[in-house]
Design a protein around this ligand. Structure first.
Ligand code: ZN
Length: 155
């Protein structure tokens, strides 16, 4: 699925803006995300760390959690960016959370810190993956609906 050019650019710029709100005093690794909802709204997410390190949450999950808590569960695309001039992709936990709410073909735009990269053409150095491509052979909500053997047969 391809995004209209204006949605794509808005999503990229919103992810870059979201990165500026990152709370990353420990890792010093800022991440920004922007989630395009089916109703056209774009939800920002940034990483939010904590002195108790396990309390940290990534930018992608921040965006998803914000959206879901506002009643939005249909998503068209997500863009992610860092301060690294390369296209980094979401961590394993975020991939699973994206898998919960997105279609396997939902685009994930990986935006380099120096977007738009010189000489990278129209794409500006953005790498587009899909949720399914980032998490092959994934386990999802529909798997819980599969017929199962009675629990005592697994002894
Ligand atoms: Zn993550």
């Amino acid at each position: 699925m391809s995004l209209p050019i204006e949605s794509r650019e808005e999503l990229i710029q919103t992810a870059i803006k979201a990165k500026s709100y990152a709370y990353a005093p420990y890792s010093k690794f800022r991440v920004g995300a922007a989630l395009l909802c089916a109703d056209g709204t774009v939800i920002k997410g940034c990483n939010v760390e904590n002195a108790s390190y396990g309390g940290a949450i990534c930018a992608e999950r921040t965006a998803i959690v914000k959206a879901v808590s506002e009643g939005k569960k249909d998503f068209i695309a997500i863009a992610v960016t860092t301060d690294v001039p390369a296209t980094l992709s979401p961590c394993g936990i975020c991939r699973q959370v994206l898998r919960e709410f997105c279609h396997l073909d939902t685009p994930v735009l990986l935006v380099p810190a120096d977007y738009p990269q010189e000489g990278a053409g129209e794409e500006g150095g953005v790498r587009v993956e899909t949720v399914g491509g980032l998490l092959p052979l994934s386990f999802g909500p529909e798997d819980l609906e599969q017929p199962r053997l009675p629990a005592d047969l697994g002894k």
